[in-house]
Design a protein around this ligand. Structure first.
Ligand SMILES: Cc1cc2nc3c(=O)[nH]c(=O)nc-3n(C[C@H](O)[C@H](O)[C@H](O)COP(=O)(O)O)c2cc1C
Length: 335
């Protein structure tokens, strides 16, 4: 029946009592989804932005870098959801309280991360094998924060296994979550393989909470198709958004217009400035090396030119040199 209610990506919707303007959401991206990447997505139209995953232990114990950097929220990025990972309900409850105090509007719990370092602690995708604990963790986050809680999960751990679907059902019907984000690949697939959108479509029909879809949303046509096929409440852009905030504009503006060279360089310049503001010149210089390839790829040119520019930006001595290489003409940002 929900099929008849299929919305447009630009439509406003409700998630846990929050009004979300538009159905294109920035997915959690570890090591990437800090305040300025989220703010960038927001500038390009994201209705909701989700932080990179944050350790509930690190927050609970007041780790300075975690609390100062990962919980930093910009006033213009609301509504923002902070994603926590952890398997101890007491620790998650305490961390969730701090996340609320930091200004988050919502909390997302990671039940999809397949990385052994995370799963060994019982967190991430490992929670899919322990539904009681999964429910306890989600409820603890709600209790600690007083905020709406969503869970992002996989459909299972390995081929043929649907433990994630079972956990999704339990979370949704127990009333412990305001919504779910489903990445319909098994944890063992990591980020490869075809997402099972038909399975998401069935869960959208069945579950009493909004379901967001993640996985394989690499460009505007694939994202529109997945949104239509699943009937999901929203789409979560992940790898498709890396160095490509214009994907938000395309989806919300209903076009496929690519940015000009000037727009790409101006955007990268904005990112460089924000990174310096966030991390200082030295750390920003190192941190930004993972960002350059995404933008450089979009600049075009021959293979040889691309290779040369990619290599040069990776070894450039400082940000002024990077700007020079890219032809970004402006005064370097002060330390
Ligand atoms: C570099 C990277 C970091 C990610 N970090 C997180 C994370 O912190 N939390 C999370 O729930 N998912 C994380 N994911 C998964 C994405 O949110 C998304 O579900 C996945 O990439 C599938 O979407 P895509 O195929 O459109 O990229 C990450 C994915 C990538 C590629």
């Amino acid at each position: 029946m929900k099929r008849w209610m299929q919305a447009a990506l630009t439509d406003t919707w409700q998630l846990g009592g929050l009004t979300i303007r538009g159905r294109v959401v920035l997915a959690p991206l570890a090591g990437i989804g800090n305040w300025f990447v989220r703010l960038q997505a927001k500038r390009h139209g994201a209705g909701l932005v989700v932080s990179e995953m944050v350790s509930s232990f690190a927050v609970h114990y007041g780790n300075a870098r975690t609390c100062n950097e990962l919980l930093r929220i910009h006033p213009d990025e609301h509504p923002v959801s902070v994603q926590l990972f952890g398997a101890d309900p007491d620790v998650v409850e305490s961390a969730a309280e701090r996340v609320a105090a930091a200004g988050a509007d919502m909390i997302d719990i990671n039940m999809g991360c397949p990385v052994p370092k995370v799963c060994r602690t019982g967190a991430g995708a490992a929670l899919l094998e322990d539904p009681e604990r999964a429910l306890a963790v989600a409820s603890a986050a709600a209790r600690g924060s007083g905020l709406p809680v969503t869970v992002k999960l996989r459909t299972g751990l390995r081929a043929g296994d649907l433990c994630g679907v079972e956990v999704a059902r339990r979370l949704a019907w127990s009333g412990s979550v305001a919504g779910l984000a489903i990445h319909p690949r098994r944890a063992a697939q990591r980020h490869g393989g075809t997402p099972d959108y038909a399975l998401v479509a069935r869960l959208v029909e069945e579950l009493p909470v909004p379901v967001m879809v993640s996985g394989g949303l690499r460009d505007a046509p694939t994202t529109r198709a997945a949104f239509a096929q699943t009937g999901a409440a929203a789409v979560l852009l992940a790898r498709g958004s890396l160095g490509n905030p214009w994907l938000f504009d395309q989806l919300l503006g209903g076009h496929d217009l690519d940015p000009t060279r000037e727009q790409i360089l101006a955007e990268l310049d904005w990112v460089i400035e924000r990174a310096v503001e966030h991390l200082g010149v030295e750390r920003a210089g190192r941190y930004l090396r993972k960002f350059y390839p995404w933008y450089i790829e979009r600049l075009g040119g021959t293979r040889a030119e691309q290779r040369a520019l990619q290599a040069a930006t990776q070894t450039a001595p400082d940000l002024a040199a990077v700007r020079e290489l890219l032809g970004i003409r402006r005064v370097a940002v002060a330390a």
